[in-house]
Design a protein around this ligand. Structure first.
Ligand code: HBI
Ligand code: FE
Length: 296
């Protein structure tokens, strides 16, 4: 898809203005040069403030694998050089980072993931957007998504997701797969021996939701079940009403790898569920947080 067609379809879907990245130099796969030298001292300082504020919140909230891998990435002092991190990442899990101007078309996004390339937006939010930003910027994409690409099981799962995305486009399954991405990659929770932990990038890069998703009484926390997740609508402009909890990344890999053709057929016959629904027989883990280990 040519950038201008993509912009129009994005604007239609979101009712938003044009995406703010510079797409003029993007190649067919939407990859650009990061131009790391062009970031200003003020931008590096803003990154440092974002990083420090978020890093403080991670202990006891982010999952162990995320914390461990973030610590090995040299990104605390300023906006990271994607090429340098990409080299280290390739040695760890065979993934690479590619720089992109911002959101890219679904097909392009899935093709990158299927080839073990993770697209990272190059621009950083403004100081006015310190607390909240709608479009993903480099802080969200990098701080939120990149550390877990160093986890081999997580990385394997995301490649399968990319392959599944390419198939979904031919099967009319995109809306279902987008819900899966939303409730796992962006807003997923995982069990640990010490209680629930966050692994979704939307949570890990958010100053408010990182505590909210674990400690507020309001949202539902429900055991992850593939078909249930794919039926559940989501809001993009508020804290989530429901978080789905996986046992571990192996579960994500095992559930994402099979062919979804029959599942999509079935889902098309079922009504979608509202973001705050709780079905008969479902346990809200927020009411059973203390006894997670006895739960299943
Ligand atoms: N582009 N850069 C970027 N990042 C995304 O997360 C992204 C995208 N394009 C499409 C897309 N996500 C969706 O297809 C998935 O969230 C399902
Ligand atoms: Fe994201």
């Amino acid at each position: 898809m040519k950038p201008v067609v993509f912009f129009n379809s994005l604007a239609e879907k979101s009712g938003a203005v044009m995406p703010r990245g510079d797409y003029s130099t993007a190649s067919d796969d939407y990859v650009v040069a990061q131009q790391w030298d062009v970031y200003t001292a003020e931008q590096h300082a803003l990154w440092r403030r974002l990083y420090q504020r978020q890093a403080k919140l991670l202990p006891g909230r982010a999952c162990d694998s995320y914390v461990e891998h973030l610590a090995h990435i040299d990104a605390a002092e300023g906006i990271p050089n994607l090429a340098a991190v990409s080299e280290a990442l390739f040695r760890a899990t065979g993934w690479r980072l590619v720089a992109v101007p911002g959101l890219v078309p679904d097909k392009v996004f899935f093709a990158h993931l299927a080839a073990r390339r993770f697209p990272v937006t190059v621009w950083l939010r403004t100081p006015e957007e310190f607390d909240y930003i709608v479009e993903p910027d480099i802080f969200h994409d990098f701080f939120g998504h990149v550390p877990l690409l160093f986890d081999p099981v997580f990385a394997a799962h995301l490649q399968e997701y990319g392959k599944g995305g390419l198939k979904a486009l031919t099967l009319g399954g995109l809306d279902f797969l987008a819900r899966l991405y939303w409730y796992t990659m962006e807003f997923g929770l995982v069990k640990s021996s010490k209680g629930l932990r966050a692994y979704g990038a939307g949570i890990l890069s958010s100053v408010g939701e990182l505590d909210y998703c674990l400690n507020d009484q309001a949202p539902h926390r429900i055991r992850f079940e593939l078909e249930r997740v794919m039926r559940t609508r989501y809001k993009i402009d508020a804290y989530q009403k429901t978080y789905f909890v996986i046992d571990d990344f192996q579960q994500l890999f095992d559930d994402t790898t099979p062919d979804f053709t029959l599942l999509y057929q079935r889902l098309k016959t079922l009504s979608a569920l509202s973001a705050d629904s709780l079905l008969p027989g479902e346990t809200n883990l927020s009411l059973a947080n203390a006894s997670l280990d006895d739960d299943g």
